[in-house]
Design a protein around this ligand. Structure first.
Ligand SMILES: [Cu+2]
Length: 140
């Protein structure tokens, strides 16, 4: 009997966790690679049992620049960046947005802390802030 109660409680807690779990962003930062071009890096964490896809990224503050979702493609010695429509993250996993893979491209001039809104395919929105990093990035 005690075992059943313990199991029932575990099930309820697990269900509550899965229902309340929301994707979030951590370790966000951005780097300007030119006076009016930059990249945003972060880790997208998906603790839910569903695949979550980022379908849009918007710069909420400042309004002096726009964002694009990019993917860097390395082909031998050629490095190219292409805009992508969506980036999907599997259940219970995370995806790092960084230099040689997915990243958000900043077109325009920004400084200080910037605020970003990610839109997901299920209508959810994730707001996060990113601070300027002094990380050295070389793009050839
Ligand atoms: Cu890019």
């Amino acid at each position: 009997m005690k075992l059943y109660i313990a199991l029932a409680i575990t099930a309820v807690v697990l269900l509550a966790y899965l229902t309340l779990a929301k994707p979030y962003v951590k370790d966000s930062t951005y780097v300007m690679t030119a006076p009016d071009v930059g990249m945003v890096f972060f880790t997208f964490v998906n603790p839910t049992p569903f695949t979550k896809c980022i379908i849009n990224a918007e710069l909420e503050k400042p309004r002096t620049a726009v964002l694009e979702i990019h993917k860097t493609i390395v082909n031998g010695t050629l490095v190219a960046m292409v805009p992508v429509d969506e980036v999907c993250v599997s259940p219970f996993s995370s995806l790092s947005f960084k230099h040689f893979t997915y990243h958000l491209m900043i077109y325009g001039t920004v400084e200080g802390t910037i605020k970003i809104k990610l839109k997901l395919n299920d209508g959810e929105e994730i707001h996060f802030a990113a601070d300027s990093s002094t990380l050295e990035i070389h793009i050839h």
